[in-house]
Ligand binder design. Sequence first.
Ligand code: GTP
Length: 887
Amino acid sequence: MQVGWVWCARRVARHHVKTPRRLLYVQAQSQHDALSKATRNIGIIAHIDAGKTTTTERMLYYSGYTRRIGDVDEGSTVTDFLPAERARGITIQSAAITFHWPPLPPDSLTPAQTPRLPASFDATLRSSISHNINLIDTPGHADFTFEVLRSLRVLDGAVCILDGVAGVEAQTEKVWTQAGAYHIPRIIFVNKLDRDGAAFSRTVKEIGVRLHGWPAVCQIPWWRGGNGNFTGIGDVVNLRGMLWPSGGDGRDIKAFGIEELGKTDTTFAEEIKKARVALVELLSEHDDVMVEHFLEHDEDHLAISGIQIMHSLRRVVLQAPQIVIPVFAGASFRNIGVQPLLDAVVDLLPSPCERPDPEISLANQSSTLSVLLDAGASAKTTRPAKKQQKNDQSLAIAETKNLTACALAFKVVNDTKRGVLVYVRVYSGTIDRGATLYNTNLGLAERAPRLLKMYANDAVEVDSIGSGQIGVITGLKHARTGDTLIVYRGLQMKSSPPGALNTLQLRPINVPPPVFFTSIEPNSLSEQKHVQESLGILLREDPSLHLSIDEESGQTHLAGMGDLHLEIARDRLLNDFKAKARIGKIEIGYREAITTSTDAHTHNLDKPIAGKAAKACITASIEPIDDSAIVPGIQKPTLAEDSSFETKFDFPDNNTLHISHPNVSRHDSASHKSHIPPHLSLPGILSSIQAGTSAALARGPTNGFPVANTRVTIELDAQTNLFPETTPTAISMATRAAVQYTLKQACDAAPAVLMEPVMLVTVYVNESSLGAVVQDLSSARGGQVLSLDSADAPSSSSSSETELRIDPNRIYTPPDPFASGTGDMSSGLADSQRQIVARVPLKEMVGYLNHLRALTGGRGTFVMGVDGFEKMGSQRMKEVVERMREF
Ligand SMILES: Nc1nc2c(ncn2[C@@H]2O[C@H](COP(=O)(O)OP(=O)(O)OP(=O)(O)O)[C@@H](O)[C@H]2O)c(=O)[nH]1
């Protein structure tokens, strides 16, 4: 195929004839396929401090994109680029950068050019050809789990970095499970093997037991003289030893074949052979082709070639669910092991073409992108029946022939030099410079004036970003993290794509509810605009931050998922954006729930708004929804019921809004003409009511916390409630006032109760500390222990991936020279680890890590997520309110 177009193109060029359109298409398609095949969109996932940033810096250095190795401890890294990150030495925002591995020759193509792949590409070792690697560095702190999830959506594969001393840590387990739920193929790098107490073997066993897969040990550590310093690795795949002379920058690697090694370090050579036998055995259990190779080579484990092993590893890594986990070894800080890890990324992780079809939602229905595009392609020839055209989804299908690109804005970053950068992953088609992008989340179009590829600190301008690629769009004014952007042929700036295509969403994810908040007050009136603009950018960057403004008191509340989350937002606001504002203490975000219902109250609004006469009349009543707990889920109001004369919206925090609109049917627009003033529309009116209700529920009358468990009912008689002077703003303001009044009425009649966030906490401890930790959780912290498992039992927060139970005694590991008590395999590591799952009020978890460390001699770890909100008893409520008043 490729040969054909190359030959044709040459012939055409020789005769100076303009290249025919069809030929250009084939040429572009072929280039695009080659680029996709030679691309890896990967992420690095790990527990905080495992060494993600340190490893990334080496990757950039060895691939030739930086001239010196950045140091986390000196704050000179490329990926931790926010001042707040550099100061704390942790990664907060995931940076997406592109580099090539193996490196491009210095005099070769410009980086943005397409690689030329040999015809034998699929049979060769991928790492013999330079690949385009888009690396997304994800944060490791629990407060940023949402940021991790957001990055995971756009990854095709991941490298999980473990600290060789700490082994598999709680946060790793959590992110591993999340990546498994997205079916992301993963490999593991056991880092920090140079540290005292490093235990490779224990870590490998933990991989099997806690990450529920068979570790395929592809490298073993090489300790000088068997128990001295960590100096290199044994390459089990290619049967050799690789040595990094100490003190160098890691570029100079000495390799010794197994025979040569047998003469100088017999024990190590024998161990590599043992590891090879184990690897072939393991692969044979999961890959039939490996069994064939094994038989072809007279059942000689050592005779199978390295390339055959690599191909077999690739096949098993790409199986879903992933059962075999390739494990590599190194110490990035000492510059050991990073280049072979990069080879493994290219050799084992999938290209965008090898990934499952991305999920989409369209007109409230789930599907996949290819299903939609394929259906659209066949709709070209078969004209949809007239009746079918009425259906939103089939209309969208018919219109997909004009859908020329579909992308996800997975990250928005405010760059001091380049302005707001919107990182996108393109899932189908191509985004060209100057394209009009329709944002299906915001319902608006905007132009993409410039496209970039980010190479470490440099940005290279490109003409287009193709399917499977990650790139940056600059100059967008609205796009936020998580928005779906589509290009629709012939779309005008102020219009929207036809059919239900304007509802197309790629991989939608739920934003967890915020549980901490802080107040923000500009220092002066003149600072207000800058503070609001800066907050606007912060919210575009991070949709897990929530903003609510109380127009009466003028107070702004910023809510987030953890105290560190808000601390970083505060730092960004004050230090990066130089906003001059007073920021309050970070507090827990409780909820207020009414306990009695009210009669209907009518609010008549009749006053000028922005100099124009405005009038609206809204009748509202409220009643408590008798649910004792709120289960997190919905974050934005969603249309739930769709009967003709009644519209229901589900709100966050278990609130609902019922609007009854007799006389006007949602499904018969003819009825609107006689009842609704011509400048208004029913969808517009409903959305104004929804906005007004949302604003009223954002602040309860008793303590100012968001209202929960409340049903709001609005009666809208279009004939008597709407006037020629009615505007959407007037409707929204009247609704807000009516609902606020009823909330006050309800709280005056019977006091509201407070609800507190309750966390699902998973604690990992050694058997010996189990009693003390359980006692502390259940008595001192008022928690409810749900389960006590050994760490190898399926966890209660199990993923969609079926969890395997692995017998650690069947896992091959080389001996650990520095094996500590816990690293001793014969003592059965899994039995010594216990996992406690409990529900504990968030308030009791503030500062828990230090306490847990004290109780467990430093070994205990935990992860937690919001499980819901629960009503508080009167005594507890009294204490909390009293403490709040102290501030
Ligand atoms: N001894 C040793 N220290 C290492 C190694 N790799 C990283 N470190 C150190 O471990 C600490 C954490 O490294 P980072 O690279 O910032 O870890 P991270 O995983 O990016 O951390 P977050 O960004 O906070 O999630 C730093 O002090 C590093 O110098 C290693 O191979 N050996």
